[in-house]
Design a protein around this ligand. Structure first.
Ligand code: SAM
Length: 251
């Protein structure tokens, strides 16, 4: 057990030491994302989202640490989904599709769907295949590109979904983009009164200091609960998830 935790920590540190590569490409640089896909296809039960998530969690602990929201913070996301019961969801940061599978498997409304942005073409390709293996392709559109450069796609998706704005947004891309992309969501009316906004990696050690401060200092705009946990697959590194309700100013 202690040996397994040590190996996960080592795998995490390996990624951190290659941070420049991670930030530029969205990948760890040693092929672990593609190896994950092969492992999922080989070992997870087809059309079974829970089996896919379990295999992804086990892989991230034993074979190669990954930035999935993971099995400790995942239940916070589940709780938020239960609270908002969304039909139209936006995710920023798909990676290999862990959170997209987690979210999609909990969308109960007729015709509900997620639009998920991912800047890395390789990650998009992997995520689409993992989502397909989980049997959830009809519920998830993975879009390649940076969200701020592809807002037109989000607007078109809302038109197709016949929805004025997203009911629920999951922020889990690079941390320096939380604040500017939240402002874009607001400016473009992609969130509306009552939209849920769930943000991963909200500190205290890792995370977006500016967005964290904004959330804390704007309770009239973002009614927020903070849930303390620890970073994915790393019990020794504190982390938190916030769940906010967006409130449209009536003034
Ligand atoms: C923390 S991972 C996402 C984890 C995923 N949500 C999960 O829990 O399974 C962050 C991902 O965001 C992507 N990313 C970073 N900045 C982005 C941006 N501006 N637009 C779209 N994707 C971005 C990275 O390539 C990376 O794959």
């Amino acid at each position: 057990m202690a040996l397994a935790a040590l190996s996960t920590a080592f795998s995490f540190l390996k990624v951190m030491m290659n941070m420049k590569q991670l930030v530029a490409t969205g990948q760890a640089g040693d092929g672990r994302e593609k190896a994950l896909l092969d492992h999922v296809v080989k070992t997870a039960e087809k059309d079974n989202p829970l089996s896919v998530l379990n295999v992804m969690d086990a892989y991230a602990k034993a074979s190669g640490w990954l930035m999935n929201i993971g099995d400790d913070k995942g239940p916070i996301l589940d709780m938020a989904l239960e609270k908002y019961n969304p039909r139209v969801v936006l995710e920023l940061g798909t990676l290999c599709g862990y959170s997209a599978v987690r979210i999609a498997s909990q969308l109960h409304k007729e015709g509900s769907k997620i639009l998920s942005f991912e800047m890395s073409a390789e990650n998009c390709n992997i995520a689409r295949q993992i989502i397909e293996h989980a049997g959830l392709s009809s519920k998830v559109d993975v879009v390649e590109g940076k969200f701020n450069e592809r807002i037109d796609v989000a607007k078109k998706f809302l038109e197709e979904m016949n929805s004025p704005y997203f009911d629920f947004v999951f922020l889990d891309h690079w941390k320096d983009r939380y604040m500017p992309d939240y402002l874009l969501l607001k400016e473009n009316a992609l969130v509306g009164n009552g939209s849920g906004i769930c943000a991963d990696n909200m500190g205290p050690i890792i995370g977006p200091a500016d967005f964290r401060k904004y959330v804390k200092t704007h309770p009239e705009e973002l009614e927020t609960s903070e849930y303390k946990s620890h970073a994915e697959y790393l019990w020794w590194l504190p982390d938190s998830v916030t769940v906010s309700t967006f409130k449209l100013s009536t003034q």
